[in-house]
Design a protein around this ligand. Sequence first.
Ligand SMILES: C[S@@+](CC[C@H](N)C(=O)[O-])C[C@H]1O[C@@H](n2cnc3c(N)ncnc32)[C@H](O)[C@@H]1O
Length: 254
Amino acid sequence: MNTTIPKLPFIIKPFLLSLLLSLTVLIFIALQTPHHRKTTPQQPDSTISSKSGGGLRIRPGYSSYDEYIQRQLNKTLNPKLRQIWTTRDWERKVRVFAQFFESLKRRNLLLNSSKALSIGARVGQEVAALKSIGVNDSIGIDLAPYPPLVVKGDFHAQLFMNGTFDFEFSNVFDHALYPWKFVGEIERTLKPGGVCAIHVALSRRADKYSANDLYSVGPLVELFKDSKLVEVRKVDGFGLDTEVVFRKNKRRNI
Ligand SMILES: C[S@@+](CC[C@H](N)C(=O)[O-])C[C@H]1O[C@@H](n2cnc3c(N)ncnc32)[C@H](O)[C@@H]1O
């Protein structure tokens, strides 16, 4: 049997060679080019599931970090709303926050001598509440300042030194685009043995300015890698229904 391969016409040979070369170059370029995401980088999967039930879902839709910040500020800096928050709403909110903090004091989780931080404090009703019950060394942070109660700061990158506070409170976990940074910064700025109380909504979805949805306390507990869960209890706090309290470990291991 004649097994000789038919000779290719002499024009095809260089053509095939150059095709092969071009393909190799294309594959090489494709492997080198970083694949940019359209959105700001998040954890590999934006749904963080929990061993202990429901997950934590990061809301999609922000094309950049600036867009997220701007959206938050649009509401926080609204002059009409600020007028209401600082007048009509003021006393009722300070009174309700003071009840939460008194309750934490009764459980020895907050002391008059505690250095306290309120995260996402807006116009500072919760800071005023802390001061009103005797926790005088209290301050709030928010994207927009409201002196003297609230200083400007992003909770994804707190402006405080490691181990600054004995107590941190927040009812804005749902506004965190990067919940793991939100919690990491709390654990960084808490003193060893310090306490963090967080109010979250589990039974209903939070507002349209939220950046994540939490379906159970499990994912929150998993984010607090250097703390122990102290307690979980039902509360009625301006649309938020659950208080979760953590104590940072005495010896740092993060
Ligand atoms: C629902 S409001 C809660 C305000 C206040 N804690 C209260 O209960 O009256 C959410 C607040 O989180 C603030 N916020 C959102 N993203 C933030 C960020 N990355 N850093 C600091 N504050 C932020 C907003 O500006 C807004 O004041």
